[in-house]
Design a protein around this ligand. Structure first.
Ligand code: ADP
Ligand code: MG
Length: 292
């Protein structure tokens, strides 16, 4: 790649809100045939809102929401923001919490007025010896609608589900279609549960889904695609996407995403979320064609 062609390509990228970290990044992007899309915050708005409260104990739904939201106050996860916002909107009290801790891809735990509240995946509750199974059917029903259920336990007992939903962005479907027209296969990868992930994938015309994936396993999925001989672009916004962004031939971060994601990526889409993704890959192809 001649420096002049790279300068033109990166310059054109800048005009289009696409930040490109140099010639090697442009070259790698021109060969991409497989795009792995993170779900939350990348193909969805990343701003879910509270949709349903299901209590399986003596607690009313307002109390359930109050415990969950109080424990989630310090979490920056979009699910946590939706729960806290939902509590505020419903006028449900947020109680002071102590000893907050969170685990990426799993959930949170905090002590609220002397009571231990745990919110997150069934596995996260399972690690505290809590059986999440009794709410599995309800959770499946919510997930089939594309909602994300999170499990809530109080002092070691399962008390209910809080569901949030996050809509696909307007750009997502056209982007998947445009990538398909370029001969690029699009895959969805998410820490979210399978039912929710498949509902979103169906709406977008994506056939291959990797769900319930831990942050470190997103990088493994990138490696597996590489081992199949694919040239892979990973597109994500979160801290949990950074290892996979680094592992891909081309890491593509959203400008609205976490700093660490942007740092790990070769390309950054500065505006409009993933809307500029096909343009970015087309620009890379066009630039490399000029060079050759
Ligand atoms: P994604 O890959 O879709 O961005 P994450 O890896 O961040 O998802 O999270 C995976 C799952 O872990 C979530 O769907 C949720 O069930 C659970 N989880 C993570 N953080 C929290 C939290 N703060 N509160 C409740 N559940 C959480
Ligand atoms: Mg994300």
């Amino acid at each position: 790649a001649t420096p002049a062609a790279v300068a033109v390509g990166t310059g054109r990228g800048a005009e289009l809100g696409i930040l490109i970290k140099g010639g090697a990044a442009l070259e790698a992007a021109s060969h991409v045939d497989t795009v792995l899309l993170d779900k939350t915050g990348t193909v969805t708005e990343g701003k879910p809102s509270l949709t349903e409260l299901i209590s399986c104990s003596h607690l009313g739904t307002s109390a359930l929401l109050s415990w969950a939201a109080s424990a989630e106050r310090e979490s920056e996860h979009p699910i946590a923001r939706a729960i806290v916002e939902g509590a505020r909107e419903r006028g449900v009290p947020l109680l002071p919490a102590e000893g907050f801790r969170s685990e990426a891809g799993s959930g949170v735990e905090a002590c609220v007025q002397g009571h231990t509240v745990r919110v997150g995946t069934p596995a996260w509750l399972g690690r505290a010896g809590i059986d999440a199974q009794p709410l599995e059917e309800e959770a499946g029903r919510l997930a089939a609608k594309g909602h994300t259920p999170v499990w809530v336990a109080l002092d070691g007992a399962l008390v209910g589900l809080v569901a949030v939903a996050d809509r696909p962005t307007k750009a997502a479907r056209p982007v998947v279609d445009a990538l398909g027209a370029m001969g690029i296969e699009t895959l969805l990868v998410t820490g979210d549960r399978a039912g929710t992930a498949h509902a979103v994938a169906r709406a977008l015309g994506i056939r291959t889904v990797f769900a319930e994936v831990k942050p470190e396993d997103k990088a493994r999925i990138v490696r597996e695609q590489r081992a199949r001989g694919r040239t892979v672009a990973m597109v994500g916004d979160g801290i949990n996407d950074a290892p996979a962004l680094a592992e891909a031939h081309t890491g593509i971060a959203l400008g609205t995403g976490a700093d660490i994601a942007v740092a790990a990526a070769e390309l950054t889409l500065l505006s409009d979320g993933i809307a500029a993704l096909p343009t970015a890959l087309q620009l890379a192809r066009a630039t490399l064609k000029t060079i050759r």
